[in-house]
Ligand binder design. Structure first.
Ligand code: ADP
Ligand code: ZN
Ligand code: ZN
Length: 745
């Protein structure tokens, strides 16, 4: 047997794997994660290395492979643990060991601190117009280009934009002196701690918060989990508590106790809910012993935080999915908040589920795991009901004055039958007017991004599609049509490209459309819109949300983004514009997603002292997802949804392996797909399978995609099948550029 070994794990080159023979005496003792001494380099000096894989296959001439010298003393370090976790992920989800290692181990990267400067315009709009005009008249071409660009974009980067616009310092300097522009150093290196400190000072939150008296429900959860913990039992627990029921207080109380015992804690929060509000709450409680990760941090910044964790300088790390791999040596607790969120599944190989990986890491390190949600995933709730997880329920909102909102369902078909063709039902319109009158805030959302704004021909029915992808182009207000998959854009044509008819027009409802209609219906109302288009332009959704929180608008319009995890005390009305839109997704989980979204949305209304209203507009008022969400009845939803999954054999009733194959060559793709499905069929396990079928969007960026779904009640059998499929498809990958991705749940 041979051991593949890496030597420097904190390096970009974890892919430099060296192979050593395992001597007979050590056989059976060496597995992934074990630290060994090996002769290395010309002088054969002994060095420490980590075993990442044990294999029967020699990579090169077996006679030239050196032998492992010995096991390294005391080799149960956190690195060993993470390498074992990587191995587990590779086995379970399907990926190369290298991909798994890169997911789990922090990569050291030199942080290049090149100065970055931004140029801002200090003129008011009218003044800027005048300055542009003057520059044009006087023939100052560079100045004209600069000011026009500033007018369009607000600010420019010195390093990139000045080069692109061919503008030199000689043009900028006089403008700076004249106070037309300002040049600012951009903050290069974000130290989350410094940012928190600054914010805490700004908000005068430096002093310790007053201690809350936990409610009876909260105490039961804390004592239940702590009772186990202090008796040495490390379990998995699910806290099912409505939004605002005080789950976060429960986590913090348990974290405090675990830390008092000298252990460390990881808290996973979906990126979208990782607002400063949330971070500050943890900071106020735990001070500088915490660190925060987020996706805006560079690899180097992330690495620094991991280093602090490894050295024991911090006790708590808060972050999205990847914070799970913080190298804590004395792990005591892992918390996963909003555990039902899709973002806990990775989209990249290995496509791991952070909840499962967390359970594995907790098991390896002797930590307890807490999952929390107002709308637990079906999987977790089922496990809790079956007794595999401890279950705690928080039914009441923690602050007495925060009442649960009143929810109404409006049937849009009846609105139409009664002559209302607007996308605003009469009830919703009436309530919005009422809120405008009372100076309270409203939130309106649709269950997806404005995809529906496509352009189609009224004569032949043809919709205009992206030439590279199988999707319709989305019309934006500037008159251009955009592909949301590949970025292709084109001007809206005057006549139909298929039949030449001039009756070609946009169709459907998106956030922009709702904004326009709201502006017409409620003149004088201040409206903010938040979707991917506005957030990429205006520098992050955080700014839009803060503006709304400061009361700078009466109505916030957006996609589901706006209803997730933000706390706006002045919002007393939430409207779901077309609640069933998300029910048409071609996915077995769309009922669950719709329920989650509507329930979370309802949780946004009336978090402060004033009770809230929720209006759910829909064409399917009788659908159980909508009915149960309107009643805020998770139990009823759970039992209906579980019955449906059992009937159709979907998770968690059965395991589901999805193999997605992609290739620029549709013929090779077809052959590979049918070869793999034959292979699956030949096995003795007799799985149920669907496909291979074309992916919902068959062609993206000129790459074709097919999907094969394989179902079995035995998870291990699915893993076996995946391994066989992997071996088969690796051949195709080499021969015909067919790339495969595996997803198992
Ligand atoms: P969740 O995490 O379930 O959404 P939070 O922990 O954020 O709930 O609590 C919601 C609000 O109630 C917060 O403002 C929090 O400070 C407050 N709160 C939580 N527990 C208590 C308590 N026992 N007494 C008073 N207020 C509480
Ligand atoms: Zn046509
Ligand atoms: Zn495209």
């Amino acid at each position: 047997m041979y051991a593949n070994i890496i030597i420097d794990i904190s390096h970009e080159s974890v892919d430099r794997v060296f192979q050593y023979r395992i001597p007979e005496a050590l056989e059976g003792k060496i597995e992934a994660g074990v630290q060994v001494n090996i002769p290395f380099g010309a002088g054969n000096r002994l060095r420490k290395g980590y075993v990442v894989e044990v294999t029967g296959q020699a990579q090169y001439d077996a006679s030239r492979i050196k032998e492992v010298d010995s096991l390294a003393e005391g080799s149960v370090s956190v690195q060993s643990q993470l390498i074992r976790l990587a191995w587990w992920m590779k086995e379970r989800y399907g990926s190369t060991m290298n991909q798994a290692l890169r997911t789990v181990l922090p990569v050291k990267q030199k942080v290049r601190r090149v100065p970055r400067r931004r140029i801002r315009c200090l003129l008011e709009e009218g003044e800027l117009e005048a300055a542009i005009e003057e520059a044009g008249k006087k023939g100052y071409k560079a100045r004209f280009r600069l000011l026009t660009a500033l007018k369009e974009r607000g600010s420019l980067s010195w390093e990139q934009d000045m080069k692109a616009l061919k503008i030199t310092a000689a043009v900028l300097e006089p403008l700076r002196k004249a106070g037309v522009i300002a040049v600012e150093e951009e903050e290069q290196y974000r130290n989350p701690l410094m940012e928190m400190r600054r914010l805490a000072e700004g908000a005068k939150l430096g002093q310790a918060p007053e201690k809350l008296l936990l409610s009876g429900e909260q105490i039961r959860a804390v004592q239940g989990i702590w009772g186990d913990y202090s008796r040495g039992i490390r379990g998995t627990y699910l806290i099912h508590g409505v939004t605002g029921s005080g789950k976060t207080e429960v986590y913090m109380e348990l974290m405090a106790r675990v830390i008092r015992e000298g252990r460390q804690a990881i808290v996973l929060i979906p990126e979208i809910s990782l607002t400063w509000q949330t971070v500050m709450r943890f900071y106020r409680r735990f001070g500088e012993r915490i660190s925060v990760l987020n996706s805006r941090m560079s690899l180097g910044e992330r690495y620094d935080q991991y280093e602090r964790a490894r050295k024991g300088e911090i006790d708590i790390i808060v972050g999205p999915r990847s914070a799970l791999f913080a190298p804590f040596e004395r792990q005591g607790l892992i918390v996963i908040d909003e555990e039902h969120e899709n973002s806990y599944r990775s989209e990249l190989a290995p496509r791991y589920d952070a909840r499962e990986a967390a359970a594995e890491r907790a098991r390896m390190s002797g930590a307890s795991l807490i999952l929390g949600s107002a709308t637990p995933s079906l999987e977790s709730y089922l496990r809790a009901k079956e007794g595999a997880y401890g279950l705690f329920v928080l039914k009441e909102r923690a602050r007495q004055e925060a009442l649960l909102p009143r929810v109404e369902v409006v049937d849009l078909r009846r609105e139409l039958a009664q002559g209302n063709r607007s996308i605003f039902s009469r009830r919703l319109k009436e309530l919005i007017e009422d809120r405008l009158h009372k100076k309270e805030q409203s939130m309106l959302f649709i269950n997806r991004r404005g995809y529906a704004n496509f352009v189609s021909c009224r004569s032949c029915g043809e919709a205009i599609k992206c030439p590279h992808c199988d999707v319709t182009l989305t019309l934006h207000r500037n008159g251009r049509m955009l592909c949301h998959y590949c970025g292709y854009s084109a001007a809206q044509p005057k006549v139909c490209p298929s039949c030449g008819s001039p009756y070609i027009a946009p169709f459907g409802t998106g956030t922009q459309k709702i904004e326009e209609m709201a502006a017409g219906l409620f003149p004088g109302a201040r409206i903010l819109r938040m979707d991917l288009d506005t957030t990429s332009k205006k520098g992050g959704h955080q700014e839009i949300l803060s503006a709304f929180a400061r009361g700078e608008a009466d109505i916030l319009i957006g996609t589901q983004m706006i209803v997730k995890g933000h706390d706006f005390p002045k919002v007393t009305l939430v409207g779901a514009m077309a609640a069933d839109l998300s029910l048409y997704a071609s996915d077995y989980r769309c009922g669950e997603e719709t329920f989650d979204l509507l329930t979370q949305a309802a949780g946004r209304a009336g978090r402060g002292e004033i009770p809230g209203n929720v209006v759910i507009q829909t064409y399917q008022p009788d659908h159980y997802s909508i009915q149960t969400a309107a009643r805020q009845d998770y139990e009823a939803f759970f039992s209906q949804e579980l019955a449906y999954r059992r009937l159709l054999g979907y998770p968690p009733a059965m395991g589901l392996l999805t193999i997605q194959m992609a290739s620029p060559d549709p013929e090779a793709l077809g052959l590979a797909a049918s070869r793999v499905s034959e292979l699956v069929r030949e096995g003795e396990e007799a799985p149920a399978f669907i496909g291979p079928v074309n992916a919902p969007v068959y062609k993206v960026n000129d790459i074709y995609r097919k999907i094969l779904y394989i179902k079995h009640e035995n998870y291990d059998i699915l893993i076996q099948i995946r391994k066989r499929a992997e071996a088969c498809l690796r051949e195709w990958e080499r021969r015909a550029k067919v790339l495969a991705q595996y997803d198992i749940r």
